[in-house]
Design a protein around this ligand. Structure first.
Ligand code: PEP
Length: 257
């Protein structure tokens, strides 16, 4: 079967870091450092909600860096204190939104069902979901990695027509690798990414070849290129290393190798 070229996609997840002023500084440094990448890699950053507007101004529409949010509520509006809708994210110039991050699953009660509802709401608002999946250490040690990831992918994308799947990015993030400094080996990542691609093929046929599958979990400048050289690793979702422009830029450049 012919291999399909997918443009690599690297997204920085800033989590609960950076005031608006700090976020503008980081975004500006990243944009400046991308001049020689010239669109060969798709790049996005996900600041906290409070910095979205300021970062949108710093990035400028059509520039080399897109804006992502870290979470969304599935309802359009209403009495949901603390929540933000997909329409509000679109209004704040977000083109992407992370959903199902393991921190949301573990600390804030995110379930496969809420992931599915969020994906639907985002697509309706023309925002591209980055759907995070991944096993815990206990699940990996019990040989349940592929079973867990299979369940999360199918549940998160349930009911979506094949033609909208191209708008989705899946991020495989083994929970044991997030923020721990332990990275999956390139072979471990490729094994799971290939399994995810197989599921996507069942759900979307040939569209699966267009869907980017990012790896996330302690991606750093020194391991990014090897991870992203795997045939089914189409980019990275980067936490800690996305908070320093030079590290994040080195990871983006690792996608070019
Ligand atoms: C993440 O939280 O999505 C992540 C991958 O974090 P880190 O890169 O810090 O492991």
């Amino acid at each position: 079967m012919a291999t399909v070229a997918r443009r690599k996609f690297v997204c920085g997840n800033w989590k609960m870091h950076k005031t608006a002023g700090e976020a503008i500084g980081l975004a500006t440094e990243i944009v400046a450092g991308l001049a020689d990448v010239r669109g060969k890699v798709q790049v996005a950053v996900a600041p906290p909600f409070t910095a979205l507007h300021a970062v949108a101004q710093a990035l400028t529409r059509g520039g080399p860096v897109e804006l992502a949010a870290q979470d969304v509520h599935w309802e359009k509006q209403g009495a949901f204190t603390g929540a933000v809708s997909a329409g509000m994210l679109a209004d704040a110039c977000c083109t992407h939104c992370i959903v199902g991050h393991s921190e949301r699953r573990q600390l804030f009660g995110e379930t496969d069902e809420t992931v599915r509802k969020k994906v639907g709401a985002l697509l309706q608002a023309n925002i591209r979901p980055i759907v995070c999946v991944g096993e815990t250490l206990a699940e990996r040690e019990a040989n349940r990695t592929l079973e867990v990831v299979d369940r999360q992918v199918r549940a998160g994308l349930a009911g979506l027509p094949a033609e909208v799947l191209a708008a989705i990015t899946v991020a495989y993030e083994p929970v044991w690798a997030i923020g721990t400094g332990k990275t999956a080996t390139a072979a471990q990542a490729q094994e799971v990414h290939a399994a995810v691609r197989k599921i996507l093929r069942e759900l979307g046929g040939v569209i699966a070849d267009q869907i980017r599958i990012q790896y996330g979990g302690s991606v750093k400048p020194d391991n990014a290129a090897e991870l992203m050289s795997q045939p089914d690793v189409d980019g990275a979702l980067v936490g800690g290393a996305s908070l320093k422009a030079s590290d994040f830029l080195a990871i983006v450049k690792g996608a070019l190798r």
